[in-house]
Design a protein around this ligand. Structure first.
Ligand code: ADP
Length: 616
């Protein structure tokens, strides 16, 4: 039933698709939800980071712009004849240093490229050094493009500085150079809070680190141009989309950890602020929610599987009951009724089935009754027949015995001399009469057995006795045909129990046949014991019996249709009677034969056939 349940069954057919449908829906909706929440989360995080980067960039840009602005007015001071005297320039410079803390040094270069004045917070002022700076980039570039920013450099091995040079616009104006401390940028970058593990940093045009919370990285002039997010940014600059926002992207930090990276440009310097947060941290809450979704989907799938199985089971169980019930009824259990209480079409089907079975049972019972009646009638008829035969045989025997008796008396010349011719006729009358008597006796026996009137008497006997009786009766017949009759009874056989007269009758019959059908040779009788049975065999050297006849000869009126045995007179009842008698003793009779060589008839009966329980 189990295998039927699964293999190619309704169950597999409906439960499978149901489970796939329900859980498939759950899984798909879970995946969609995960996908969208990932996208939303990512873009929200990216926006926040971009805003942070933009804010930092704006602050840094404003700082630089202010420095530019502060230098602009001082750089307008003209040189030459109508120029401002050095003393005044110095006062202006000192004021600038006071007002702008980031600037530590201001120097003035005349239009000829000579440094005329240097005012510093850190060193003594230098007046009229006249150092020739006419080919120094800070002079050349400033004269050419008005403003010049140097690369970042470090003072005292730790403080980032930049040189800003600015040329005046008016006639006879020179260049003013300021050294500005960039600690402010470092402050901006270090104070930017980016989650727990994130940070901000600033790169110059070449991708070198300018500002980073870890100052040592800056001092090493770390080159970050190989990081994917930096490359993407410089690629964007090269393509001219420069300075527009590059979308936040997944990049790598120096240690190779994946980071969500956003950037913003600091325009006047061509610097870029990067704000980065490790992906693991950025998406931590997203991962948690993905896990939640996965677990929910899993639980949902589990529930849907159980529910589908339950629903399908509920549907299939009554069908299963129907099937099993139908199989039982089909196997003949007509009293079986199918119990289905599903309250639906299946129950109706089961009830229909039960009604059908009921009608089947009724008609079957009717049929059985009729068969019984007929059998009974037949039995009675057969009993009547046997009774009739038994009576008739009895009635026939009396006059026949009289005929035989008187014939014998005539032969014995009790009624006077009998001429030879009549004596011959009387012999034939005797012979025919005896044959008829044998026939009548056989018929009487058989019909008694059939009518159940033949009752075995039970007494103790020995096979020595039985064989002696038989040998005595058959000796003369054998001698007449010159046959050698041998009797061999295994010594020490137990005393048997059964109907001695009938057992003797069986043996006589077998010996009679053996002598009758054998023309030359021996007839050997042998009695042994095996497994609580006497086994008696009668072997002859007669014509033998064909294989196909060996069963038939035990039936009534059966004689083998062969020229060798047909001529011998007989009734065809002897073996049939012998078989009945042996079987009534609980035994068996059979024959072995080699055609042309002879036959051996066997019968076996239980040693204790007459005892209750001995015969089976
Ligand atoms: P019958 O009175 O004809 O001998 P049986 O029932 O005793 O009737 O035997 C049936 C037939 O079996 C016989 O007619 C004969 O053809 C065959 N038969 C019986 N015994 C032998 C035997 N010893 N040898 C050959 N044929 C036999």
């Amino acid at each position: 039933v189990k295998t039927w349940l699964w293999r190619g069954s309704l169950f597999a057919k409906y439960a499978g698709p149901l489970v796939v449908l329900v859980s498939g829906g759950l899984v798909v909706s879970g995946l969609v939800q995960i996908y969208f929440s990932y996208q939303e989360n990512k873009s929200a995080l990216a926006r926040i980071q971009q805003e942070k980067a933009a804010a930092a960039a704006i602050r840094i840009e404003r700082f630089v712009r202010e420095l530019e602005h502060d230098l602009a007015w001082i750089s307008q001071t003209p040189w030459g004849l109508r120029g401002v005297p050095l003393g005044e320039r110095r006062l202006d410079s000192l004021r600038l240093l006071r007002q702008v803390p980031a600037i530590t040094e201001v120097s003035h270069i005349d239009p000829g490229g000579r440094e005329r004045l240097r005012v510093s917070r850190l060193a003594m002022d230098v007046i009229g050094s006249n150092t020739d700076l006419s080919s120094d980039p800070k002079f050349v570039e400033a004269m050419a493009r008005k403003t010049y920013f140097s690369g970042v450099y470090f003072r005292k091995e730790s403080e980032p500085y930049i040189t800003i040079a600015m040329a005046g616009v008016g006639e006879d104006t020179g260049v003013v150079v300021a050294e500005a401390n960039l600690k402010f940028i470092w402050d901006v970058v270090s104070n930017l809070k980016v989650g727990k593990g994130g940070n901000a940093y600033v790169l110059d045009e070449q991708g070198h680190l300018i500002a980073h919370p870890d100052i040592s990285l800056v001092l090493q002039k770390t080159d970050l141009s190989a990081l994917p997010q930096v490359r993407a940014t410089s690629a964007a600059i090269d393509q001219g989309t420069a300075r527009g926002p590059v979308d936040a992207m997944i990049g790598k930090d120096l240690r190779g950890t994946e980071v969500l990276s956003a950037q913003a440009a600091i325009t006047p310097l061509n610097w870029t602020v990067f704000v980065e947060l490790p992906v693991a941290e950025a998406f931590a809450s997203l991962y948690a929610s993905i896990w939640r979704t996965v677990i929910l989907v899993f639980v949902g799938v589990l529930i849907s599987i159980v529910a589908s199985l339950w629903i399908v089971r509920r549907m299939v169980a009554p069908i299963q009951v129907l099937r099993a019930g139908a199989a039982r009824i089909g196997a003949g259990a007509l009293e079986h009724r199918i119990e289905v209480r599903s309250g639906d079409e299946l129950q109706a089907l089961a009830e229909e089935f039960n009604r059908m079975t009921e009608r089947l049972q009724e008609s079957y019972a009717g049929l059985e009754r009729k068969v019984e009646e007929r059998t009974h009638e037949l039995q009675i008829a057969s009993q009547h027949k046997s009774q009739f035969l038994a009576n008739m045989s009895h009635e026939l025997r009396t006059p026949l015995n009289a005929v035989l008796g008187y014939t014998e008396l005539i032969q014995d010349q009790i009624y006077g001399a009998v001429p030879d011719k009549i004596r011959e006729v009387l012999d034939r009358v005797q012979k025919s009469g005896r044959h008829l008597l044998g026939l009548i006796n056989d018929v009487l026996d058989l019909s008694k057995i059939e009518a159940g009137q033949l009752v075995l008497s039970s007494n103790d006997f020995t096979f020595e006795g039985v064989t002696q009786t038989a040998a005595a009766a058959m000796g003369s017949l054998a001698a007449e045909k010159n046959l050698h009759l041998r009797v061999d009874v295994t010594p020490g056989l137990p005393v048997g129990s059964g109907d001695e007269r009938r057992v003797t009758q069986v043996l006589l019959n077998l010996m009679g046949n053996a002598i009758k059908f054998t023309d030359a040779g021996d007839v050997a009788v042998k009695v042994t014991q095996s497994d609580g049975m006497f086994v008696v065999s009668v072997a002859d050297t007669g014509p033998g019996i064909q294989e196909e006849d060996r069963q038939k000869i035990f039936e009534e009126f059966r004689q083998v249709d062969s020229s060798s045995t047909k001529t011998k007179s007989g009734t065809g009842l002897g073996l049939a009677i012998a078989k009945r008698i042996v079987e009534m003793h609980g035994g068996r009779i059979w024959v072995d034969s080699i055609v042309g060589k002879g036959s051996t008839f066997y019968f076996s009966i239980p040693v204790q056939a007459g005892r209750p329980g001995g015969a089976s």
